[in-house]
Design a protein around this ligand. Structure first.
Ligand SMILES: [Zn+2]
Length: 268
């Protein structure tokens, strides 16, 4: 299979690039995913440039989500970016016979796996919404660590709407993945209803707390001791309060130090 002959030489030239933004690193690594041990730097540059190259179209590489991501950037500059990634150990070159092919380094694969798992999570959510459960067939026989990361992300999403599609997925998977899917289903089943609402409340109280804490401590203490209690008909100290946000400002809601009744104080 491997033809004898001179190895095709290559020369890396990062063209003076000093650093690379994270999103560009992710984009290039995403493009490399379809070429691992099957394609080289030039083909990756063509994918990123959105080239109509015949071989690229034959291999259906134009379906890559990053096809044309660097449209308009000269090929030479795209190659320089790719070479920068190789020189900084995100990608590496391995020979298969005569040809220098792209592979991920551990570091590069860690980044790409995150990107890819996020992408799969989005697709899975879409498939669940549209009830196109056959999507799960595309998840079979994928890289195991990618799939386990995806399952972690599903668990963290707390999205109960995914349980049905997870059941469908579970029915076609091998034992190890099947066990993990079942665990994730059980986790999601325990998620309380309306997680969004709870989440929003948390965000609001976080913002309210932040406003409250922006008031100097000494003044805060005075405010706490200057709350009107209707039951006691007196100015009392507020205890065990939470800070809530209203359009008019923040409000302390808690208990009266003397009688334990509910008291509140508007902070304006
Ligand atoms: Zn009271």
């Amino acid at each position: 299979m491997v033809k004898k002959g001179k190895q095709v030489r290559y020369e890396l030239n990062p063209n003076g690039i000093k650093s690379m933004p994270d999103n560009e690193i992710k984009t290039i690594l995403r493009g490399a995913d379809d070429l691992i041990l099957s394609g080289g730097r030039a083909m990756l540059a063509k994918i990123l440039a959105g080239s109509k190259d015949k071989k690229l179209l034959e291999l259906e590489l134009h379906h890559s989500p990053v096809y044309g991501a660097f449209k308009g950037v000269p090929q030479k500059e795209i190659l320089a970016k790719i070479d920068w990634l190789i020189l900084h150990h995100y990608l590496a070159i391995e020979y298969n016979g005569r040809l220098p092919l792209l592979v991920y380094t551990d570091n590069g694969w860690d980044i790409e796996r995150e990107t890819y798992a996020d992408e799969l999570l989005e697709k899975l959510i879409d498939a669940a919404e549209n009830r196109t459960y056959e999507f799960v067939e595309t998840l079979k026989d994928r890289n195991r660590s990618l799939i386990l990361l995806l399952l972690d992300k599903i668990a963290n999403s707390g999205n109960k709407e995914l349980i049905t599609i997870l059941d469908a997925w579970k029915s076609i998977e091998y034992k190890k993945v099947r066990t993990r899917i079942q665990e994730v289903i059980e986790l999601l089943e325990k998620v309380e209803e309306e997680p969004e609402k709870i989440h929003n409340q948390e965000v609001i109280s976080f913002s309210a707390n932040k406003q409250w804490l922006s008031i100097p401590a000494e003044i805060r203490r005075k405010l706490e001791q200057n709350v009107w209690c209707v039951s006691c008909c007196d100015v009392v100290k507020i205890e065990r309060y939470t800070v809530k946000e209203f359009p008019t400002g923040i409000v302390l809601e808690g208990e009266c130090h003397k009688c334990g009744g509910n008291v509140a104080r508007v902070i304006d």
